[in-house]
Design a protein around this ligand. Structure first.
Ligand code: NAD
Length: 430
């Protein structure tokens, strides 16, 4: 398949690296727009989010005091369908981060060709320091405040960092109470008992592993016995770890926000999960040595899977990356400057908007099942997911080949082209 022959020199690559995620998202878009020679009007539309909502959330804390949290919901584009994207709870959430994540969702849903647009939400908070009751009250107030712009036909939230199926259940319940009847399709990633889909919990990781298999085929590296390092042992990284091990790959390193664990002979994912459940971290797991998150990224391994946060592979460490393949399970882990260095080094990088699209794909399946009032079996969901991911990989690789560039630009050219076509065909209102 595609051998990359010519790096694209991006039109406006700034001389200094800028870690603002929204500036990065815009730069990635600009590079695709340039490749496609997009018409200027469509370019202007797609560079910015369509709608931004900022909300202040007064929440009664357990000590009786009222605390105000700031939250956002951003809808980047809805030309191809309702906005779709997760909700993040983290102290570092910012409007620019949510804008970037919303734009990446637009490109992701288009890259795998599902009929959704892109959106994202976030609340600036530290859920690790909040009780379950405080998180529930904050979530319900957030759901109430964003209620005017969400809905199964308009904008459908899902889990992201430090939110989960329970968070979605509270949002679905709050929305349903306000409109007077049950609306399961307002969120995805719900518990199965409320209309969640079989296979959704594992879907992002399952997609990551399917994409890793495709990347291994390209690089002629057998996945069996391939060494894998996973940064971020959370929902996505933890499950990916298990699924890689099921395919007999060797997990040599895992990490979380407190640090990492390393064993060249392999880490048992189930023991790691039990240890993490018991102690709250993977650090200090028996039979492993401690490493830092920075060390993990530069380990000699076949496959590196960043599964935590943005901007972990930058100008500062791209040169030292030794992995042969990078599969971006996290959103935005690699900066555009690092991209170019990795490309020159011959590292085969599968970009986030393709690699982690399994989650939104099964979210789409969940929404379809909710709209139909019918549920599919787990094997049905997994088979459909795999088909979407393998087709998308082939289309992205084909696009990269066509434009004689790497997979990130290939994925963006494919995705931006689809959204641009929908936007231009719908035309301007009024
Ligand atoms: P999560 O909260 O379940 O897990 C995040 C993990 O990252 C945790 O293990 C945490 O300890 C670790 N972490 C946090 N800060 C860190 C740091 N500074 N260094 C190293 N590790 C750190 O979240 P998740 O749902 O697994 O999401 C992880 C990434 O995958 C995010 O970028 C998210 O946007 C992306 N993603 C998630 C989904 C999904 O379905 N949940 C879908 C697509 C993409």
């Amino acid at each position: 398949m595609a051998t990359v022959t010519r790096p694209v020199i991006p039109p406006r690559m700034p001389p200094r690296e800028d870690l603002n995620p929204f500036h990065i998202a815009q730069l990635q878009f600009d590079m695709a727009a340039e490749l496609l020679k997009l018409e200027n009007g469509v370019r202007q539309i797609l560079r910015v989010p369509r709608r931004i909502l900022e909300v202040s959330l007064p929440v009664e804390m357990d000590n009786g005091q009222t605390k105000i949290f700031t939250g956002y919901r951003v809808q980047h584009n809805v030309a191809r369908g309702p906005a779709k994207g997760g909700i993040r709870y983290h102290p570092n959430v910012s409007l620019d981060e949510v804008k970037a994540l919303a734009a990446w969702m637009t490109w992701k849903t288009a890259a795998v060709n599902i009929p959704f647009g892109g959106g994202k939400g976030g609340v600036i908070c530290d859920p690790k320091r909040m009780s379950k009751g405080e998180i529930e009250r904050m979530t319900r107030r957030y759901a109430y405040e964003i209620l005017p712009i969400i809905g199964p036909e308009s904008d459908i939230p899902a889990p992201d960092v430090y939110t989960d199926a329970q968070t979605m259940a509270w949002i679905m319940d709050t929305y349903s109470i306000m409109v007077g009847h049950s609306v399961p399709g307002v969120v995805t990633g719900k518990p199965i008992s409320l209309g969640g889909s079989e296979g959704r919990n594992e879907a992002t990781s399952r997609g990551v592993v399917v994409i890793a298999e495709e990347a291994c085929k390209q690089k002629k590296i057998p996945l069996r016995n391939a060494s894998v390092a996973i940064q971020g042992f959370g929902n996505v990284g933890g499950i990916a770890c298990r699924l890689f091990a099921e395919r007999k790959a060797k997990i040599v390193a895992i990490s979380d926000s407190r640090g990492g664990a390393y064993n060249a002979r392999g880490i048992d994912p189930l023991r790691a999960q039990r240890y993490k459940d018991r102690t709250g971290t993977v650090v200090g797991m028996p039979g492993t040595s401690r490493i830092t998150n920075d060390d993990l990224l530069t380990l000699k391994c076949d496959i590196l899977v960043p599964s935590a946060l943005e901007n972990v592979i930058t100008l500062a460490n791209a040169d030292q990356i030794k992995a042969r393949i990078i599969v971006e399970a996290a959103n935005g882990p690699t900066t555009p400057h690092a991209d170019e260095i990795l490309h020159r080094k011959g590292t085969y990088l599968v970009p986030d908007i393709l690699a982690n699209a399994g989650g939104v794909t099964v979210s789409y399946f969940e929404w379809v099942q909710n709209q139909q009032g019918y549920s599919w079996t787990e094997s049905d969901v997994n088979a459909k997911l795999e088909a979407v991911m393998r087709r998308a990989f082939a289309e992205v690789a084909g696009s990269a080949q066509k434009h004689r560039t790497h997979l990130r630009h290939g994925a963006y050219a494919l995705a931006v082209g689809r959204v641009a076509e929908a936007t231009a065909t719908r035309g301007l209102f009024p």
